[in-house]
Design a protein around this ligand. Structure first.
Ligand SMILES: Cc1ncc(COP(=O)(O)O)c(C=O)c1O
Length: 351
């Protein structure tokens, strides 16, 4: 039987989320920006979702800006800061193993004259805090480093980057698409100024995410989508009530315990010969493994009809070894024997 083990790429919408969204699709479909009662009801539903998301990361509801997903949130965070400095440009610090939506945003900013430092991780995929500290320049305008790596499952010490950024009065952004709800996040304790999250990684719908922005109202982040003043003027467009309600419900109902499936999986994996990549601090539901030989790959897939990912879903289209795997030192042959198997996420899913 075919089994889906690619939950890091996307999760199914849970029954609770689907049920919560449904009334807002057909019965209560009013534009929340209108002034009648139906709009007030939609606005209230959005407010409640905003509170749940803010609560999850120790933020204020007024600091949550809804977007279409983590890609857009990452674009808004990085370009939103960069565009404030279009006159003098400036320097941005990131890592070389970010998701492509961050790397491509940075490559684009380079064409506009921004200076970007891409810090390489160690062989475990960890971005060292000292390298971040040493990369700071007088004109550094942003540090953006992800929380959990989507390919490896490696947990980065974001509180340490946040502290360095805070000491140097530089805003710190983190892409938490792979960590939100799964591990504890407190934006104050971790000195996070902006945080990106996505609905479809936590049993919510696709096409919705959010960017946490510290003191969003006073942040003077430059919007990417100018519109009718929605989301504090930071993201125009009619608010998608069903998607927002779905995201709020996904946060509220995110599972707290691992399923029986995880135990079976752990036992089963002892039967195969592979190395698990990504060091010691890992998300327990993301396994990035390099099989010892092509024969072992063949044996594995002849016994298991599993939908897994080679690299991340976004790299699958290019058929070239993922930038993350080559950066942590895998050669081409090892990278081709490497797969990401990802299980249903749950709260506290650390190894
Ligand atoms: C770390 C990371 N950042 C960003 C994204 C993009 O998220 P979305 O699909 O919500 O745009 C993903 C999803 O693949 C991801 O894993």
């Amino acid at each position: 039987m075919t089994k889906y083990y690619d939950y890091a790429a996307s999760t199914p919408v849970s029954d609770e989320v689907l049920t919560a969204m449904k009334p807002w699709e057909q019965q209560s479909f009013a534009n929340p920006s209108a002034s009648h009662q139906a709009a007030v009801d939609a606005t209230d539903a959005i407010k409640s979702a905003r509170e749940k998301i803010a609560d999850e990361i120790g933020a204020m509801p007024s600091e949550i800006v809804f977007t279409s997903g983590a890609s857009e949130s990452n674009n808004l965070a990085i370009k939103g800061i960069a565009f404030k400095h279009l006159d003098k440009k400036g320097h941005i610090i990131t890592s070389s193993i970010e998701h492509k939506c961050i790397l491509n945003t940075c490559y684009f900013l380079e064409t506009l004259g921004f200076d970007i430092t891409y810090i390489a991780p160690d062989s475990d995929g960890v971005v060292d805090r000292i390298s971040v500290k040493n990369a700071i320049k007088e004109n550094t305008i942003l540090i953006s480093i992800h929380h959990i790596n989507n390919e490896l499952g490696t947990v980065q010490p974001i509180g340490e980057y946040g502290a360095i950024a805070f000491e140097n009065n530089i805003p710190f952004h983190t892409d938490a698409a792979q960590s939100f709800c799964k591990v504890e996040i407190d934006v104050d304790d971790m000195d996070i100024d902006m945080l990106s999250l996505s609905g479809h990684k936590i049993y919510g719908p696709k096409g919705i995410g959010a960017l946490y922005i510290r003191d969003a109202r006073d942040s003077d982040i430059v919007p990417l989508i100018h519109g009718g003043g929605q989301e504090l003027g930071l993201r125009g467009g009619t608010s998608p009530t069903p998607l927002i309600v779905g995201l709020g419900c996904a946060v509220e109902t995110f599972p707290c315990e691992k399923s029986e499936q995880h135990k079976i999986f752990d036992e089963l994996m002892t039967e195969f010969d592979f190395d698990r990549n990504g060091g010691e601090h890992l998300l327990s539901t993301t396994w990035n493994i390099t099989f010892s030989s092509d024969a072992e790959v063949k044996r594995f897939f002849s016994e298991h009809d599993w939908l897994v990912s080679q690299g991340s879903a976004c790299n699958a289209m290019t058929n070239i070894p993922s930038h993350v795997l080559t950066t942590i030192g895998l050669d081409e042959s090892e990278a081709r024997r490497t797969y990401r198997i990802s299980l249903p996420p749950f709260k506290g899913s650390l190894s």
